[in-house]
Design a protein around this ligand. Structure first.
Ligand code: ATP
Ligand code: MG
Length: 761
């Protein structure tokens, strides 16, 4: 019967339904978070199949991640049943690009069994190309060339397309030449790098119109999710494929464009209407995901961005008991993790599932304190979109160095780092060392010493490298009793060239890796000895993975795109972390606005509750850093926010409650020249525009005292002593714990403060 619309269409609102039923011609759905864009896509596919407009194999559907593709396949399966299996063109740009390329490889000078290089291979190859050109690889590192070439590929430019002079100063203007040489090398190797997948598709379509025409025939309908994050090459690819039938439906949200740093262009949204004249543009305004408080907070926050297409959002959710977005402060990241853990356990006691909760961080190094806390209290968690903290490559490398220092016989650790960073100790040499160790039944490090006495290792460069490395380990080991393990670790990472290796690397994830290394060093401070630390790590690494169990998700804001959870925890809202320092250092507003969109993405992941934290102190690299709360906190509308007063003793940084501090509820020097109500220490930082580290003397003192915590205090203050604090005024000390004083302030009552922020009176 045709009388009633099918079930799945009946479950849509009129605008969504229009987007689903307008099957012919270009359609652009431009709508805010949680309005059902992804649902429109899945329903549209179901509709196309149910009405026999296309076979599963005639639909091209593009998602942003493989995970999103799996999810979409699952949802469509629920609507249409097993025929979803015929959808073999549902995937990411890359996945679909490879598939097309394999079918026509010979047309672009490849064989169908071409290999796809990983980043390591790619860099190695570029190095060769640079050297072959007689260019100094030290001055013009391969990583930098890789970035340059990637940016061209993101823009859809083959070497022939790059305008002369583009690429600027790299190798004195020889960038394009190197690009050409690199592509030629790839062809002889029958290989592609990641960026080539789409680029070679473009070349294929351009040079072989008949092939393109075949795909026009095949793909009757095209659908694209997260359209705002497509780059130029992806856009060109879509446009070429859609030229035939023009049945393309893109959904996106300009406010959620968060991959500008990887070449995504929001302008693609504006171009759509130009390139596809007559496109039906549909706006969805009803949000089905979040409570009115969550939506209100996020919508207001994003109005602070200038570059927006602008749209309204509303929700019918009218739960009178719905919680406001809660904002709380903590002392430092450890306490933040403890407080989040307590919130999660409280929810769990009320019957909420861990699967419905997520912690979304700005930078991956933030994950460590949560992981460690959750291991301690036995709370299941999973890290999404990347390895757990201690399983990250850079952390494992650093730990390997430390393990060899603590335990020279740790062969696995030694082998891991013997040539990291590259020292010219090749695989043949390592095998030689290995075999000798086996034959003599001694640790490799000893075998190395023995072999260095003989002539077996031929290359003098290799011999010197090995000798230097062994000497370095002897030196580091001798410092074990003299230095704090954190400082020693820092020294080892410096002297071994390991930190430098990542500093030289100019890929997008290198700064994050450096942050992780700093966090590792920082985390070591809490331990008595290097041995104690390594033992702790072994325990933490040994915990089961919570694959199919109920577990809290921990992930970056970037990888949370498109997802939703009942409860969302957003830690680390501090200037310099979020917005990230790199964005603040950029000139212009673009970086800051992308950070704000990331904040918008974060809040809008929440269905029922969102809770934001900022830590007053973050110890980075062993230095106390006093934080200024994120400007994004000030940009949240009062009526949707609840500021949590610290009732426990730990909250040294009192956020004060709504309205207490006039214009700036979070006591942040909002405009940097209007800061008379701001404590001096905070003003000093604010004047520099972001959180600053204190001088070296403060952390030394603090570290020492933290260690001496149980054995009394070395504070220069005495119990009962009267002190003055810039913000809280006069008070008497009632408790001393390390560098933290509990002071009974005359005006505000007892608070915990860092001793360096008070003066004697
Ligand atoms: P994002 O921008 O975050 O990707 P989105 O616009 O893709 O969000 P969806 O994930 O498709 O939004 O939908 C958000 C939530 O609202 C989902 O749980 C979805 O099932 C639900 N939803 C969407 N449309 C409707 C509707 N018409 N009736 C009931 N629930 C709906
Ligand atoms: Mg979506």
């Amino acid at each position: 019967g045709r009388a009633a619309p099918p079930d799945y269409v009946a479950r849509l609102n009129p605008e969504q339904r229009l987007a689903v039923e307008t099957t012919e011609g270009p359609v652009l759905v431009l709508a805010g978070a949680g309005t059902g864009k992804t649902r429109v896509l899945t329903t549209r596919i179901a509709h196309l199949l149910a009405t026999n407009k296309a076979l599963p194999s005639q639909i091209l559907a593009v998602t942003f991640t493989n995970k999103a593709a799996r999810e979409m396949r699952h949802r469509i399966g629920e609507l249409i049943g097993p025929s979803v299996e015929g959808m073999n063109w549902l995937g990411t740009f890359h996945a679909i690009g490879v598939k097309i390329l394999r079918r026509h490889a010979e047309l672009v000078g490849l064989r169908s069994d071409f290999t796809i290089l990983d980043t390591d291979d790619q860099i190695r190859l570029m190095k060769q190309v640079i050297q072959a050109e007689g260019i100094d690889e030290k001055r013009w590192p391969a990583r930098q060339l890789a970035n340059l070439i990637d940016s061209w590929k993101n823009r859809g430019l083959t070497p022939e397309d790059v305008p002369p002079g583009d690429g600027g100063s790299f190798a004195d203007g020889r960038g394009i030449k190197l690009y050409k040489a690199y592509q030629a090398r790839l062809k002889t190797l029958n290989a592609c790098d990641f960026g080539d997948l789409l680029l070679e598709n473009l070349r294929l379509f351009r040079d072989h119109p008949d092939v393109l025409k075949d795909y026009h025939q095949r793909f009757r309908y095209m659908l694209v999710d997260e359209y705002q994050d497509t780059n130029v090459a992806q856009y060109m690819w879509l446009r070429l494929l859609a030229q035939g039938r023009k049945n393309i439906c893109c959904v996106g949200d300009d406010d959620q464009s968060i991959y500008g740093w990887r070449g995504a262009e929001v302008d693609n949204i504006l171009r759509f209407e130009k390139d596809f004249p007559g496109a039906v543009v549909i706006k969805l305004e009803r949000n089905y995901r979040s409570t009115s408080h969550i939506l209100g907070a996020a919508s207001h926050l994003i109005t602070h961005n200038e570059g927006r297409l602008g749209k309204t959002l509303f929700t019918d959710a009218t739960d009178p008991d719905a919680a406001r977005v809660r904002v709380a402060s903590s002392w430092d990241s450890e306490e933040e993790a403890r407080a989040v853990g307590e919130e999660i356990e409280a929810l769990q006691r009320k019957g909420h599932k861990l699967n419905d909760m997520a912690i979304l961080v700005r930078a991956s190094f933030q994950m460590r304190s949560f992981e460690e806390r959750f291991v301690t209290i036995g709370l299941n968690y999973r890290v999404i979109g990347g390895p757990r903290f201690y399983e990250r490559q850079e952390i494992r490398d650093a730990l390997a160095y430390l393990r060899v220092v603590a335990q020279p016989a740790d062969d696995l650790a030694f082998e891991r780092i013997v040539n990291v960073p590259k020292r010219g100790i090749g695989e043949t040499t390592v095998r030689l060392l290995h075999d000798h160790a086996r034959a003599r039944n001694i640790p490799i490090i000893e075998a190395t010493e023995e072999l260095l006495q003989t002539e077996e290792i031929k290359s003098s460069k290799t011999r010197t490298a090995l000798r230097d490395l062994l000497a370095a380990f002897v030196l580091w080991r001798s410092k074990l009793d003299q230095m704090k393990q954190g400082e020693l670790a820092e020294m080892i990472l410096e002297e071994s060239g390991y930190t430098d290796m990542w500093q030289q690397e100019r890929t997008a994830d290198a700064p994050g890796r450096l942050e992780n290394l700093k966090e590792l060093v920082r985390s070591m401070e809490a331990f008595e000895s290097l041995g104690g630390f390594l033992e702790h790590i072994a325990l933490v690494m040994d915990t089961d993975r919570a694959e199919n169990q109920d577990a809290v998700s921990i992930m970056t804001l970037h990888s949370a795109k498109g997802l939703e959870f009942e409860s969302v925890f957003l830690p680390g809202w501090e200037e310099g972390l979020f917005p990230h320092q790199r964005a603040l250092d950029e000139s212009g507003r673009a970086g800051l606005e992308e950070e704000r969109r990331l904040a918008y993405v974060g809040i809008t992941r929440a269905k029922q509750r969102a809770m934001i934290w900022f830590a007053s102190n973050r110890r980075i690299h062993g230095l106390w850093q006093s934080n200024v709360p994120s400007r994004f906190l000030d940009e949240l509308p009062e009526k949707h926010v609840e500021v949590i007063e610290q009732t426990s003793s730990y909250g040294g940084y009192n956020v004060g409650g709504v309205g207490n501090y006039g214009a700036s509820r979070f006591d942040r020097a909002d405009s940097f020249n209007n800061s008379y109500s701001t404590p001096g220490w905070q003003r000093a930082q604010a004047n520099k525009g972001s959180a600053q580290t204190h001088t070296r003397s403060a952390p030394r003192q603090i570290e020492g005292e933290l260690v001496a915590k149980s054995s009394g205090s070395s504070s220069k203050y005495k119990l009962g002593e009267r002190v003055f604090h810039q913000k809280f005024g006069y008070g008497a000390i009632i408790e001393i714990e390390g560098n933290k004083l509990t002071v009974d302030f005359e005006k505000t009552g007892a608070k915990k403060v860092v001793d360096s922020f008070v003066s004697k009176h």
